[in-house]
Structures are given as C-alpha cells and as structure tokens.
Design a protein around this ligand. Structure first.
Ligand code: GUN
Length: 291
C-alpha cells in the first residue's frame, strides 16, 4: 500500500503488467499456445488508432498473441458481425475487443451482443453487465476495474465508505458503482442532472470522476482526506506559445491535491491501468477457456 498523495497509476500498471507477463509462460507450457487478444478497429478515428496501437504493443510485450483487424469506416454492420462470429469460433482467440465508438451507421449494442460473453474482455456484453450486477463472476470493464485496484491499494477495506461516482456511462460510471457497492460502499451516482453536485461530492470519502468535462470538479468540493480517482482525459485549448493544449482530467488537480489524501494525475493515473486490466481479463479468459 502506498502513501504518496499522488497515486502513480503508471507504476502500478507496470507492476501488474509485469506479473501478467510472468505468468504467461505457464499458460503456454500447459496449452501449447499463447493467450490471444483480437482487437477490431472500424474507421480512422485518430484517438482510437492510438488506443488500438497501445493495446497491440502491450499485448505483445506481455507475451500474448495480438490479432488486429482494421476495417474501413464504410464497412457494413453485417460484415463486422460476421468477423466477430469468426473470432468467437477461433480457437486461438481468447479475448475480443471492438474499439468504440463505431461509425454512426452502426449500432454498438447489436455488435456487442454478437460477442461470445466468454471472450468479452471489455465486459460490455449484457450478460457480463448482468452478472456484475447480481454478484456473479463476470468480465468487468477495464477502466473501472483499474480504478478499483488503485482504490483498494490506497485504502484497503472500502466497507462503509461514502463513494460518489460522477458519470453514468455503461463503460465507466455504472460498472464503477456496481464494483463499489460490491465492496460495501454507500454509493451515489451523480450525473448531468444532479442538483447541488458540490454538496454531494463534499460528503464523499471516495470520488470517481468520469464525466469528460475539463476540471469540472473543484478543489473546495473535496472533503479533507478523501481519495480522488480522475478518469477524465480532456485536452484544453492551446495556451499562448503552445501548439497543443494540455491534457487535464475532470478534476481541478492542483486545487484538489491540497484537500485529498490521494489523487490520480492525468496523464499517468487511471489511463495506464485500463490496458493492464485488459491484459488481465485476456489472461483470465484464456485460463477459463483452457480449463
Ligand atoms: N473506447 C473507449 N474506451 C474503450 C474501451 O475500454 N474499450 C473499447 N472497446 N472501446 C473503448
């Protein structure tokens, strides 16, 4: 358990990746093959291209097999679903990730529904979301899983803590709230219609901010001694003399650091944990399929 005010997600993720990589040879020895992750990218969204590139690199560095599929933006949804079905049936593939967002002519839900839940290492399929909600073994979305690991490392037992999750997306906010509930927190989910957000946040021992609005959570909203997990990655407009604006989170970091017991920075906090947890889920999927 670390005690620094700034939570070093990069170091935590590097350690987790190292432990995953160290256990891959055991899998290879028992099965005669590597754990395999298939990543599907449709279109040429620049941010998605960067994410998919990082996922491939991390997969290979962990000693796993990476299968990459880049499809043009005008791919028919039926062709994407046909690819997902081929990957479902492919013995070499343990995990399948379809990078979101998909182009506007596609229905994310229909594509995710085509995934075999046993290979859904993103934890987006309704079967995995439902299993998480009812307390059964499930693939949990990688970003909230990474947030929970950082919280437990910092705080130990979370039982009875007041937790506020700001944001209610299916990818982060909702599964984060389920995970905290399973840890016996008293959970509040705040969102764009929440009244008196500052007052809600002031009661929290744990704040997870996942709204996608630059520095929206102010320092004086943070109770002294609270732990803050900032999922946001927002680029500010360039200041004078800058070509690119700075990356900031959903929390006003410098102000909040003065109140919190611990806070994740942006970048270098939650971001690196997402990929480490994807590798973790892929290894778990591989072992479950091999058993
Ligand atoms: N787009 C943004 N985050 C994610 C993620 O965790 N998984 C997938 N598949 N797409 C994303």
């Amino acid at each position: 358990m670390s005690t620094d005010t700034i939570i070093d997600g990069k170091a935590f993720a590097a350690d987790l990746r190292g432990r995953i990589a160290a256990s891959v040879p055991n899998f290879v020895q028992h099965t005669g093959r590597k754990p395999g992750l298939a990543v599907v990218l449709v279109g040429d969204d620049p941010a998605s291209q960067v994410y998919v590139g990082s996922k491939k690199k991390a997969t290979i560095e962990a000693g796993m097999a990476s299968f990459e599929y880049r499809l043009p933006a005008d791919t028919a949804q039926s062709d994407l679903i046909a690819l997902v079905e081929r990957l479902n049936a492919d013995e070499q593939v343990d995990g399948i990730l379809v990078q979101l967002p998909l182009p506007p002519h596609m229905d994310d839900k229909a594509v995710i529904a085509a995934l075999d839940p046993a290979k859904d290492v993103d934890g987006f399929h309704v079967v995995n979301a439902g299993r998480l909600a009812v307390g059964e073994e499930a693939f949990v979305p990688c970003t909230p899983l990474g947030c929970l690991m950082l919280l437990k490392d910092r705080m130990g037992d979370l039982s009875g803590k007041n937790a506020v999750v700001i944001g209610r997306s299916n990818i982060v906010g909702k599964p984060m709230a389920q995970l905290l509930l399973a840890e016996n927190c008293t959970v509040t989910i705040a969102h764009s219609r929440t009244q008196d957000l500052a007052d809600v946040v002031r009661r929290a021992d744990i704040i997870v901010a996942a709204v996608g609005r630059a520095e929206m959570v102010k320092g004086d909203w943070i109770k002294d001694g609270a732990v803050v997990i900032d999922v946001g990655i927002n680029r500010l407009p360039p200041a004078e003399g800058e070509t690119k604006g700075r990356l900031v989170g959903d929390v006003a970091f410098a102000e909040a650091a003065g109140h919190s017991a611990a806070i994740t920075p942006v970048p270098g906090g939650v971001g690196p944990m997402t990929i480490a947890c994807l590798l973790r889920n892929t290894l778990v999927a591989a072992y479950r399929r091999a058993d």
